[in-house]
Design a protein around this ligand. Structure first.
Ligand SMILES: O=c1[nH]c(=O)c2[nH]c(=O)[nH]c2[nH]1
Length: 315
């Protein structure tokens, strides 16, 4: 006998752009994002009995996102994601959970002759700002039907922030055995594409999210600045230790955050021995020309939680 044990559906890759035009200054501000919505609830029969009456069409979900974007600010993305999710659980009694994720793309204001331009922007890197929201009405009869505590779970992230330092990074003292070939180093190149994610305390309602609206942009700025300054200034003993310092600093600076996670690929740069050519010196202290590696790469993750929270969550 077969049984439906998990079901969720919606629209992915909803591309959305919104402009704000200030008539007094003629300054325009733009936001571009890609949204994904997925709904859970009493939708089992659409899968098991071809009952389409319970389906809020994925096209309807897309149209709803456009309409809500017209009616409300779409920045910060945390508030917009909460608002979109709340709309779905409020509008449809049989929908008990809405998952909304947003990837905000980078449009930085152009500087022309050193002055910020009123309506021109540059995509200065593929870095994104991301949000994942889950809004529950607390009515789901089971996990399959979107059951769970009423309210809003939010997490925010920075992704694809690519950085490199040409010195100030070491890696020595690591475990050695008969499988170890890597030499110890006191001076190496360190490069990574940062994914940093931070989880917020649980919010009871959209109003509770709105009450802290300034914190979302501040947390994003803090996370970005901590990531960049720690990366640059830490005399890194390892990727592991440097990322832990980043997590600690962000938790210390933003009270509403319960945990911080990093995912850091270690993008290796290999020395090239050129001594075969007329005795050219290009290793150790003489290394200048390196071969950047695409794969394989180290992949180093961690999550750091505020002390006591994990223990409390288990009670
Ligand atoms: O910072 C590092 N951490 C590791 O775990 C590791 N492993 C490795 O080969 N190089 C590095 N570098």
């Amino acid at each position: 006998m077969a049984e439906l044990t998990s079901a969720r559906y919606g629209k992915d890759n909803i591309r959305l752009y919104k402009v704000h035009k200030d008539p007094t200054t003629n300054i325009q501000t733009v936001v571009e994002m890609t949204v994904c919505t997925q709904l859970e609830g009493a939708i089992d029969t659409s899968y098991t009995a071809a009952d389409n009456s319970v389906i809020v069409a994925t096209d309807t979900q897309k149209q709803s996102v456009y309409i809500l974007a017209k009616q409300h600010p779409i920045a910060p993305p945390e508030l917009f994601a909460a608002l979109v999710g709340q709309h779905f659980v409020d509008s449809y009694p049989h929908i008990h959970a809405a998952h909304v994720s947003i990837v905000q793309h980078r449009w930085s204001r152009l500087l022309v002759d050193g002055e910020p331009h009123p309506h021109s922007f540059i995509r200065d890197g593929e870095e994104t700002r991301e949000v994942a929201a889950v809004v529950r009405d607390g009515q789901g009869a089971s996990e399959l039907q979107g059951g769970g505590a009423k309210g809003i779970t939010l997490s925010s992230a920075i992704d694809k922030l690519v950085v490199l330092k040409s010195t100030g990074s070491a890696f020595h003292g690591f475990h050695r055995d008969e499988y170890t070939r890597l030499p110890e180093t006191w001076d190496r190149i360190l490069s990574t594409s940062v994914r940093a994610r931070w989880g917020w305390k649980h919010f009871g309602s959209v109003d509770a999210v709105r009450a802290e609206v300034g914190e979302f942009d501040r947390a994003w700025k803090v996370a970005r600045e901590v990531t960049l300054s720690t990366f640059a200034t830490d005399n890194s003993a390892s990727v592991q230790n440097t990322m832990y310092k980043m997590c600690e600093a962000i938790l210390g600076a933003v009270g509403g955050i319960e945990n911080v996670s990093y995912t850091l690929p270690n993008r290796h740069y290999f020395e090239v021995d050129l001594s075969w050519h007329k005795g050219l010196k290009n290793t150790g202290g003489d290394a200048e020309v390196y071969a950047p590696q695409t794969d394989p790469n180290g992949l180093i993750d961690c999550t750091v939680s505020r002390k006591g929270l994990k223990a409390k969550a288990k009670l």
